[in-house]
Design a protein around this ligand. Structure first.
Ligand SMILES: Cc1cc2nc3c(=O)[nH]c(=O)nc-3n(C[C@H](O)[C@H](O)[C@H](O)COP(=O)(O)O)c2cc1C
Length: 374
């Protein structure tokens, strides 16, 4: 597609990645998943490389069988608020489950994060993976509840984020007028699962609304994503599969009269990169040596910097992804990609050398949504 946006890059920075053993590597703090210094270091690294956004996944149901460091990890909005104070331009995304949280509280939290960060917040509003212990009063829920809850949650969220028109707050000390009440709108939502009157008590975002993503792979989820969100975090284990999935999502966008260019299809990879093929091989083998009882499959994006740059370019140009979300199994996974691969992508004109905007929407090339009363 000729009008494809520039490649977007995101970094998941929550410690050693989606694996059981990475925390044992001598070059990563054993407590990295709740180590503020580690998060700051990773956030600054990603921002210096002009990444679009930081990204966190979340675990609702902790318990036996969890990845060990998921038993000691920061809550997403809290850590993103902290990181907003040590970064300037990079986006900040937290994941929250629509099955267990309340939409009014989440709308407040994310829009507050957006204000604190001056227009850099986003929310990945997911149904959530099953498993673990019951930690929320609603107990374990199945898809028959989770899917309609996600719909109601999203409708409320979007409504609350448009409680106020852009110029609703006058705050004129002389006249004593704080707010134009005609520019405040309540949602008055009555659902099967959630009921919210509104108004929300925070003004509209400088980026219109915080960016909203969701994650999943089912047709129901894709239908939801293309109706309500700005992007989807999905999966594709091969280039061919990822292209098929991305094209299916774009087909659903067009069906709903939306422009695919105004939507972000994201997939994640856990690259292992070396200056040469052999160096990448040594890094991978070293990782396996430290953790002999547990195998980590060889990642898809693997090898010399040139080879991985070719892969990233190919996946982007074939339309498999608008945004590549990096996660790391190897402690230097993100750093190596930044130092070795990003300069090649920049040289080829595939990735930016400077931020284009101060807001996340601006950098993601997503239009700023006009106020709309639902
Ligand atoms: C790429 C991706 C990322 C996900 N991230 C999370 C997560 O951070 N936390 C979580 O509880 N579930 C996560 N999920 C699970 C989804 O929320 C959802 O429950 C799952 O995909 C099944 O729904 P679906 O069949 O409708 O896609 C993720 C799923 C995918 C595909």
């Amino acid at each position: 597609m000729s009008d494809r946006k520039k490649l977007k890059l995101a970094a998941i920075i929550e410690g050693p990645g989606w694996n059981f053993v990475g925390w044992q590597h001598p070059d990563i703090p054993a407590d990295s998943s709740e180590n503020i210094n580690f998060y700051i270091q990773q956030a600054k690294l990603a921002e210096a490389a002009k990444f679009d956004t930081l990204f966190l996944i979340d675990v609702s149901h902790v318990g036996p069988g969890n990845i060990p460091h998921y038993l000691s990890m920061f809550e997403g909005v809290t850590i993103m608020s902290a990181l907003s104070m040590v970064t300037k331009t990079i986006g900040l995304s937290a994941t929250v489950s629509t099955s267990y949280a309340d939409p009014y509280s989440v709308a407040r939290q994310i829009l507050s994060l957006d204000k604190i960060s001056k227009g850099r917040a986003s929310l990945n509003a997911i149904t959530s993976n099953p498993g673990g212990m019951v930690n929320f009063s609603r107990g374990h829920l199945g898809k028959q509840d989770q899917n309609p809850m996600q719909k109601e949650f999203s409708e409320i969220l979007l409504g609350l984020w448009d409680t106020y028109e852009d110029d609703a707050f006058i705050r004129d000390k002389e006249s004593g007028v704080y707010l134009n009440p005609y520019k405040m709108h309540t949602v008055d939502y009555r659902g099967e699962y959630f009921s919210v009157d509104g108004p929300l008590n925070i003004s509209r975002s400088v980026q219109g609304r915080p960016v909203l993503y969701t994650a999943g792979t089912s047709p129901t989820l894709f239908d939801h994503a293309t109706r309500y969100t700005d992007g989807v975090f999905t999966h594709g284990s091969t280039l061919q599969e990822a292209v098929l999935i991305a094209n299916e999502i774009r087909r659903r966008l067009i069906e709903k009269n939306r422009r695919p260019e105004d939507f972000i299809v994201s997939i994640s990879q856990n690259p292992i990169v070396g200056k040469t093929e052999q160096e990448a091989q040594e890094k991978y083998l070293a990782l396996l040596r430290y953790i002999p009882k547990n195998s980590i499959p060889r990642p898809q994006f693997y090898g010399s910097a040139e080879k991985v740059a070719d892969q990233v370019q190919q996946w982007h140009e074939h339309g498999a992804m608008d945004m590549l979300i990096l996660r790391q199994d190897h402690p230097y996974g993100i750093k190596d990609l930044i130092e070795l691969v990003v300069p090649i992508l920049q040289e080829r004109g595939i990735f930016r050398t400077e931020y284009e905007s101060d807001t996340l929407r601006g950098n993601l090339e997503l239009p700023r949504p006009a106020f709309r009363k639902i």
